[in-house]
Design a protein around this ligand. Sequence first.
Ligand SMILES: *[C@@H]1O[C@H](CO)[C@@H](O)[C@H](O)[C@H]1NC(C)=O
Ligand SMILES: *[C@@H]1O[C@H](CO)[C@@H](O)[C@H](O)[C@H]1NC(C)=O
Ligand SMILES: *[C@@H]1O[C@H](CO)[C@@H](O)[C@H](O)[C@H]1NC(C)=O
Ligand SMILES: *[C@@H]1O[C@H](CO)[C@@H](O)[C@H](O)[C@H]1NC(C)=O
Ligand SMILES: *[C@@H]1O[C@H](CO)[C@@H](O)[C@H](O)[C@H]1NC(C)=O
Ligand SMILES: *[C@@H]1O[C@H](CO)[C@@H](O)[C@H](O)[C@H]1NC(C)=O
Ligand SMILES: *[C@@H]1O[C@H](CO)[C@@H](O)[C@H](O)[C@H]1NC(C)=O
Ligand SMILES: *[C@@H]1O[C@H](CO)[C@@H](O)[C@H](O)[C@H]1NC(C)=O
Ligand SMILES: CC(=O)N[C@H]1CO[C@H](CO)[C@@H](O)[C@@H]1O
Length: 893
Amino acid sequence: MVRLDLAAVLLAVTAVARAVTNTPAIVPGAYIVEYEEDQDSHALVNNLGGKASLRKDLRFKLFKGASIQFKDTKNADKMAAKVATMPKVKAVYPVRRYPVPHHVVHSTGDAVQEVLSKRDVGNDTFSTHLMTQVNQFRDSGVTGKGIKIAVIDTGTDYLHPALGGCFGPGCLVSYGTDLVGDAFNGANTPIPDPDPLDNCNGHGTHVAGIIAAQTNNPYGIVGAAQDVTLGSYRVFGCTGEVGNDILIAAYNMAYEAGSDIITASIGGPSGWSEDPWAAVVTRIVENGVPCVVSAGNDGDAGIFYASTAANGKKVTAIASVDNTVTPALLSNATFTINGTDDFFGFTAGEPGAWNDVSLPLWAVGFDVADPANGCEPYPDSTPDLSGYVVLVRRGSCTFVEKATNAAAKGAKYVIFYNNVDGTISVSAAVEGIVGTAMVTPEQGAAWIKALEAGSEVVVHMPDPQKAGTFLTSSDNKLTGGFLSGFTSWGPTYEVEVKPQFSTPGGLILSTYPRALGSYGVLSGTSMACPMAAAIYALLMNARGTKDPKTLENVLSSTARPNLFRLDGQSLPLLAPVAQQGAGLLQAWDAAHATTLLSVSSLSFNDTDHFNPVQDFSITNTGKTAVTYSLSNVGAATAYTFRDGSSIDPSAFPNELTADFASLSFAPNNFTIPAGGRKIVTVTATAPKGVDVKRLPVYSGYIAINGSDSSALSLPYLGVAGSMHSAVVLAANGASLSRARDDSNSPLPGNLTFVLPPPGFANDTSYANSTERPKLVVALAMGSALLRADLVPLTNCTAAARAASTVFGTRTIGQPEGLPAQWNPRGIFEHKWDGKMADGSYAPAGSYRFAVKALRIFGDPQLASEYDAAETVDFKIKYLPAPSAKFRRQDEGC
Ligand SMILES: *[C@@H]1O[C@H](CO)[C@@H](O)[C@H](O)[C@H]1NC(C)=O
Ligand SMILES: *[C@@H]1O[C@H](CO)[C@@H](O)[C@H](O)[C@H]1NC(C)=O
Ligand SMILES: *[C@@H]1O[C@H](CO)[C@@H](O)[C@H](O)[C@H]1NC(C)=O
Ligand SMILES: *[C@@H]1O[C@H](CO)[C@@H](O)[C@H](O)[C@H]1NC(C)=O
Ligand SMILES: *[C@@H]1O[C@H](CO)[C@@H](O)[C@H](O)[C@H]1NC(C)=O
Ligand SMILES: *[C@@H]1O[C@H](CO)[C@@H](O)[C@H](O)[C@H]1NC(C)=O
Ligand SMILES: *[C@@H]1O[C@H](CO)[C@@H](O)[C@H](O)[C@H]1NC(C)=O
Ligand SMILES: *[C@@H]1O[C@H](CO)[C@@H](O)[C@H](O)[C@H]1NC(C)=O
Ligand SMILES: CC(=O)N[C@H]1CO[C@H](CO)[C@@H](O)[C@@H]1O
């Protein structure tokens, strides 16, 4: 058995802290009610006796329901439970909030050069199109004409000249709406209006340009499917998050508007396909509309970190590869070496008050490969830096630490030179620093060389708002064409294959709102997803079908898997399917494939549910008979755990090995006549000799090579271990902290928390005199159900005496908001003001939380299927209510 020692490569990467992302927040008192059959949402709300208001009527062809807001959040959970038992109600879900996935803004800039007239001459040479074969469609006149793509995002700056300049019928952005308004942040009330203009966020405008930017721009930006019609559904305000009720509405509106494809670069960590938003997207796909969703930007969390709604069944999750070139939009400035002038480009940072500063450079050493340049306090011999611009290399420590060390010697201005291709927008709010910027590694090296030679280098920095902008492009030798480090890894906890395939999402040049610079270079799976949507449109034109399954199958089988790459070095192993799915889309091959498969991937599940024998069919739609031969190409097996005793999955990169499953095919070599079809049976044997306790995830590709020189590959994946045996909650995994302590430091036992009077948790006048406890649960793996029972430690209240026993634990109930369903791994936090799930308040007294988290594939009815942990003991008291009206009867003990 070949076992590669990857340690040398793995050690070279900068240590990444284990990503702990919080569960998407629940909106207090807000619920999505799904109806069994259609009913009047206003009548439903009226039946609740004025206790709730209608957030959003969600009555659509494919989803009938409403989201409601209980006015008195005190009784919300109790009321919600009642609503769930009402006739004609199918299910009730809490409203959750999701962010725009964290993406990197590298550079933005305004085109000051003369805007070119529509430049349709010449072939498409846009790098991301060459990578995906999209250029060949434009060169042959296929541009997505007649296809409607709905974009669910932050809106679109449709007044941008490269995005059509107008909104409405006949315009590029021809339909859509604003479901929320500028001021919406996810927690306040949305104020919808019909105009989906994006003039303050930028994310959706960048996404729209990737799909359909027109060529009348100075930077050679070309949309992948320029002649589609875009629908813009704005679900975010200028900042903040969005509730899944609004996402459900936007998807249904986009579906009912006749969209052919729906794309959303939105998500939150999950790993469960049962989330209601994901379930709605699944339903739309089942009704014939392909839905692509970004896979997420949590690559640093490692394997098993799929994001919702991308992790929904039949939803197409899009991973990201890095662009083969590194574009950067740089502001133009000049410098002088020994009296000779030249110009250079920079990306202004935050702060960026460069107001025509002309100062000499001073460098922190002359080593242009120094990994931790400027991370230590500068030596005593350092001159007063107030008369200089400090030049420091990016790397190891934070921008703030580097700027702080410069400021300590009087510096007001810092220019960072990058340690990887291109530039990014730096943020370093440090006392004393007024201007920051970044230049490329090449520019930094040139200056360092001059300084080392004893030259004086004076930089003349214009006000970035007024500087001209130009585009630079360099070959991305480090990561070009390989999976982006940030791209989130699947599979789901139920071993569904995620992501489906990848497209370029790292270092993407596209349109940006005019108010924010008109053009920008951004990175994220958010940028990959719209490229996949555009490719679906091209395929709809080229293949004459809109069927989601047919298109996903053909895209998957023609995608190109790539090697795993880390820190500029490729391993001699294909990246796991859990990272890249089927690989990088090859759109032209997909449009012209004549051999079609009946599936887009296979999951062999885990060892408890091993499903080793599976069928799929191969259809030869070509004009001649083709002889096919099947073989197995293994990809890297990824260990979930570092060793047999760890329960927390490793952070990126998981340890990879060359242990492959073996596959046999019956038949494995056969001829299919023109128009014929053959069923192939695959039998899988999980890799031998692997450490099953470390939950190895194996994967690979079934290579299907035809005598017509067709070369298809079908991704597969499985877990050589038991998902159910993975501990989801360690015995010490529950702790108690202070609600105000963002670092979640665990507290010792027997502390007393003085809580605001029941119902006054949000009254700021109690902020200084009270303190709420916070339950902190560290989930090692995702759990479909998390309980937290409040265990009374005395019998001196009526509630304690009436306590029931659930799964062997004496409890007076669970806090409001619990139990929690479909939890991702990571930290689950619950700040508690004494309120219980039934709307009552726990009496003053001594308690502890007994937490139970359901194992993966566990039966929720059986106590033995839960991992348990308890917090330390604590005591709660309430401040007296301001009026007798609110006074509690049972003051506790
Ligand atoms: C442009 O693309 C077309 C179609 O692929 C091709 O025939 C032609 O040679 C290309 N022209 C140039 C200059 O590359
Ligand atoms: C600039 O002047 C310094 C000091 O006279 C000299 O050492 C250096 O070589 C000069 N650099 C160039 C590029 O001419
Ligand atoms: C940048 O500035 C230099 C010097 O002022 C000028 O010659 C050059 O044309 C400018 N380039 C762009 C793209 O604005
Ligand atoms: C794995 O098996 C479980 C139990 O039968 C099932 O719920 C789950 O959907 C299976 N996963 C896949 C991808 O088939
Ligand atoms: C497939 O079978 C044919 C005929 O039996 C044989 O000539 C050919 O070498 C086989 N190809 C492979 C790849 O096994
Ligand atoms: C808390 O108090 C109980 C009862 O007085 C005692 O048994 C326990 O040791 C105390 N715990 C801590 C951590 O002090
Ligand atoms: C709470 O304390 C802060 C800081 O000491 C103070 O600014 C604020 O006014 C206090 N609030 C109340 C309601 O007393
Ligand atoms: C409270 O009463 C119940 C039922 O009688 C008993 O099981 C439990 O041990 C008592 N708890 C304490 C702390 O005395
Ligand atoms: C509107 C508002 O501020 N709601 C807060 C009330 O208190 C609960 C529990 O402490 C918070 O979760 C809400 O955000």
